[in-house]
Design a protein around this ligand. Structure first.
Ligand code: OAD
Length: 420
């Protein structure tokens, strides 16, 4: 792959799932944290003094800017062959040689180190240290601490207080990041839930990893698997109470934007205006050939999707709906709408494992003091810096089904949640 291509791929230009078996990690990474102590998360690029959007080389600790600035990170890799770098924006780790984001247990201590630099020390680990040393907190001190806690609903981090803040119009520009979990009650499986997720149903295909179904190169060679598997994702599904809650936020005038990874279009079906939605991973409204890019008749595509048969283009290659596959570029609309996140005054993340980049990194794009609410069956997002154990954190997690949590929010806010 040429440097130019690498230049295009870095910084999450493609939809990617982090790689877990990078062979360069063990040999190249010097995980002795002493070397990183000097690195300041706000250090400027050593070549152009840019601050923000920088990366730190995990081999020699040099700080370089991203391709969105002057591509000095890429130039550093070309000059030195140092292949591992970490983004100061979302703390993702990239390997130039694998052309992939990485996820590996050996990165944990490094991530913790940079997370502490970026967000402050993890209070939960401090607390457990205190426990081991048998130091008992004085009640007065506990009171002192509670005074330092955030105000508003973050002070108690309760659903009720969030609802009251919404009722009192304290948030006027709400951004939502959504994933497959919000459509599960409509009958569409999510991807990674252990028993019921789509990826758990693929044993018969003997795939080396389930994400292959949605990888563009794999699709070009073996399109049959995608067309068989995707059948469970298409059909005449109805929006869920969660989708209708989004509509309610729009009616109340406080919905700024929904960033969804879903391709089911249920936000639109629930009545949310199209210009309020960014379909980060594409949609099913049009189709193209995966090789020659010729437009493919979408009605015909729909029939193939329903029947589980391959849609062939006249050129002999398989066509697919305009859903973003792993290895494909995200829609430019995604990048332009990301800028808007900086204006958000509240971020709600729901029904997503936050495992896929660059989408997961969006949580880092809102202002540093903007509250971030996670509503999910499990607490996800820690790998992109969300902190739920720290009482001073602006993050909060409400564990549960999104339909139930949003219904409770509506109830406490005295809002009528109408599900047609
Ligand atoms: P995942 O399947 O990775 O995560 C869904 C999350 O929703 C999990 O954490 C579930 O526990 C949670 N969940 C399930 N049902 C729920 C419910 N009723 N209420 C609350 N939470 C619930 O799905 P995504 O994060 O959306 O990309 O996956 C991201 C991307 O990975 C997808 O867009 C797709 C996939 O590979 C591509 O194919 C490019």
């Amino acid at each position: 792959m040429s440097d130019r291509n690498i230049n295009v791929e870095i910084d999450g230009y493609f939809a990617v799932s982090p790689k877990r078996d990078c062979p360069h990690l063990a040999t190249a990474l010097d995980a002795d944290l002493a070397h990183y102590r000097e690195v300041n998360i706000r250090s400027p690029c050593q070549d152009c003094d840019n601050v923000g959007e920088n990366w730190v080389c995990l081999i020699c600790q040099q700080v370089k800017c991203s391709r969105y600035v002057s591509s000095h990170g890429l130039a550093h890799y070309s000059d030195t062959n140092h292949s591992l770098a970490m983004s100061f924006s979302d703390l993702s780790v990239w390997c130039h040689l694998c052309d992939s984001y990485l996820e590996h247990d050996s990165l944990d201590s490094l991530l913790r180190h940079f997370r502490d630099l970026k967000f402050g020390p993890d209070v939960s680990s401090l607390a457990s240290n205190l426990e081991e040393m048998k130091i008992e907190e004085e009640p007065e001190e506990a009171e002192e601490e509670s005074k330092e806690k955030a105000s508003g609903f973050l002070g108690t981090k309760s659903i009720r207080d969030l609802a009251l803040a919404l009722k009192n119009s304290e948030y006027k520009k709400i951004a939502i990041m959504a994933g497959a979990g919000i459509s599960v009650s409509a009958g569409i499986p999510d991807f990674r839930s252990t028993a019921s997720g789509l990826y758990a149903q693929l044993a018969e295909y003997n795939l080396s990893k389930p994400e292959l179904v949605f990888e563009i190169n794999y699709f070009r060679n073996s399109p049959e698997v995608f067309f068989k598997v995707v059948k469970s994702l298409v059909g005449d599904f109805k929006p869920t109470p969660t989708h209708y809650f989004f509509k309610l936020l729009e009616q109340k005038g406080c919905l700024m934007k929904i960033y969804t990874q879903n391709i089911d279009g249920l936000e639109v079906k629930a009545g949310v205006s199209r210009d309020k939605i960014t379909f980060a991973h594409g949609h099913m409204e049009s189709s193209h050939c995966s090789v020659c890019k010729a437009e493919y008749d979408n009605a015909l595509m729909k029939t193939h999707l329903e029947n589980g048969t391959v849609a062939w283009c006249e050129c002999g290659a398989p066509a697919k709906p305009d859903v973003v596959f792993f290895g494909e570029a995200l829609n430019p609309e995604f990048y332009s709408s990301v800028q808007m996140l900086r204006e958000a005054d509240l971020l709600i993340v729901c029904g997503t494992s936050l495992k896929v980049f660059p989408f997961a990194g969006l949580v880092t794009q809102v202002g540093e003091k903007v509250p971030r609410v996670m509503i999910n069956r499990e607490a996800s997002g820690q790998s992109v810096g969300m902190q739920y154990d720290n009482p001073k954190s602006r993050d909060v997690v409400f564990i549960g089904d999104t339909d139930e949590v949003f219904a409770e929010i509506a109830r406490h806010a005295d809002w009528e949640l109408v599900c047609e």
